[in-house]
Write a protein that binds this ligand. Sequence first.
Ligand code: GTP
Ligand code: MG
Length: 449
Amino acid sequence: MDDTIVAISTALGKGAISIIRLSGKDSIKIVNSVFNGVDLNKVDSHTINYGFIIDGNKKVDEVLVSVMKAPRTYTTEDVVEINSHGGIIATNKILKLMLKKGARMAEAGEFTKRAFLNGRIDLTAAESVMDIIESKSNEAMDLAMKGLSGSTRKLIEEFRENLIKILANIEVNIDYPEYEDIEEMTIKDIEKEIKTMKNKLSKILESSKNTRFIKDGINTVIVGRPNAGKSSILNKLLEEDKAIVTDIEGTTRDIVEGSIYLDGILLNIIDTAGIRETDETIEKIGVEKSLSLIEEADLIIVVLDGNKKLNKEDKEILERTKNKTRVVVVNKDDLKQNVDPNELPKEAITINTFDNSIDKLKDKIRNLFELEKINTKEATYFSNTRQIDLVEKSLDKLEIIKKRLKEKTPIDLIELDLKEVFDTLGEIIGVTYDEEIIDHLFENFCVGK
Ligand SMILES: Nc1nc2c(ncn2[C@@H]2O[C@H](COP(=O)(O)OP(=O)(O)OP(=O)(O)O)[C@@H](O)[C@H]2O)c(=O)[nH]1
Ligand SMILES: [Mg+2]
């Protein structure tokens, strides 16, 4: 990590300004060797300096160079940023020059990785940087900012401090077994502490599930028998004629996708091929796809045709989705209703796609996901699967500890379990980390960040 890295940090393309960023001990020296202006070795930290980048005696570009000396920088190393004129040619020329002068091309996420490895930010903050770049809505952005501000780290550190106290307590106990009254106290303390920790963690975990929706949106699939009006519902939701609608059964064969915002939460909607038994090859593949999408979706919109009696396929779809998060929509309520109300689940709503009754569907979804309650001020902490998996792992272990305490398992065994929780929590913020995971994590970043 003692080499100097360089990358173009802005998006490549036409723009007023591009930024070429360097980090490492030779950053200032490298830029200074091709800079026509003041001597960058002599300027104060955190200054912006006007001049030209030169290649031999040829001017490459007119630039502003920011010099930021360690340790108060993004990576905690010396960082130099060259603001050049936008445009691929000039920017690339400067980048090449930096490489020629001894800098190495940065890997994806390497600047942020250095910030982490140098101890300036914890792992959850690093992940938040990526989340900010990838935010799809204001809500997602707010959440990522929370991560960056270190609230996750603070919470985890608090838990770990409590664990240290317990562990110390146990150590005393093991070292001085003759004091039986100490043991009594310790067990009680541990029990109490474990209980509060478990409660807090499970609460946050619960709200973290919403967090995933804020970040990635709700994956929604519309299913039902052919001609029920699935594509019409998609179009109505999207307020555009995206999917083809005809009165011919089997119109939609491949999936059609679109998305809308409901109370700031993204709804990724997929319209599917109507489900029926068919020998037609293309349609058959479509039907199979529809069935598999049911398994993966966060929300299923089951569409029935109110003008018709339920058939075998309708009943099968209702059965298949009954334990999933779903909305049952009886469509075409402008026509004579032939569907038997007794065969419908209680929560079913009736609409048609000609008036504004689609709002009933939107309201139903709002209620189902308590969208008005998903607000980023309250939404907490764990914002990706890596973090959530580790929290779940800690919770499982805490449950085991609880059981063992009841069974009066020897305290030194419990100590091992507690240490494991301590380490697992540490993994969340990256205090105990696996190098492979870290590498993998930062690879998902863009170069220059
Ligand atoms: N009367 C009435 N007709 C509707 C309504 N919604 C859709 N339709 C009609 O029903 C027919 C089928 O609509 P689609 O949206 O293509 O149905 P689908 O479920 O996507 O059909 P497949 O793609 O074949 O599975 C079209 O002729 C629509 O105009 C409604 O609320 N009332
Ligand atoms: Mg369709």
